[in-house]
Design a protein around this ligand. Sequence first.
Ligand SMILES: Cc1cc2nc3c(=O)[nH]c(=O)nc-3n(C[C@H](O)[C@H](O)[C@H](O)COP(=O)(O)O)c2cc1C
Length: 170
Amino acid sequence: MDVFEAIKTRRSIRKYQNKPVEQEKLSKVLEAARLSPSAANRQPWRFIVVTDPEVKEKLRAAYNRDWFISAPVIIVGCALPHKAWVRSDGEEYWKVDLAIAMQSLILEAWEQGLGTCWIGAFREEEVKKALGIPEEARVVALTPLGYPAEEKGPVTNRSPLEEIVSYNHW
Ligand SMILES: Cc1cc2nc3c(=O)[nH]c(=O)nc-3n(C[C@H](O)[C@H](O)[C@H](O)COP(=O)(O)O)c2cc1C
């Protein structure tokens, strides 16, 4: 699968098979995050891999969906804002850095036949409490990871290029 094929066919998966993810595949998915670019190469990230059913259950307080909790793996993408690059006008880049790493992880997972679903609607304080995440860290995204138990066609519901691209002017 080439990169464009992965981008075109990846979908958010909200139903997972009860089948563990092989360590080799998990490592490759995490490696994709590790190799991602970040502003000034600060790599202001930590990824927490949750596989223990008791710990997963604790995450219910943060995002209460059965399909999320029952996935074999949950990956929690955290940022360390104090480590991240800040533009001269004060704009902070930690969220951008994390988003890039998460997308690398998500696309590599898809190539490995694994589904994910970016979760943004979580309660951050509950994630931090459940996983012992220090105060100075921020939780940017969660995703379940596992073999899909639903089939979805390629992406279709996106705005056409004419609506979102212009040349030389807004
Ligand atoms: C930043 C972000 C936050 C999201 N938060 C959630 C979420 O909290 N729960 C959920 O079920 N899906 C969430 N999604 C998934 C989107 O709903 C999904 O990507 C979008 O509808 C397009 O569908 P597709 O991923 O299947 O192409 C999120 C996606 C992104 C990029």
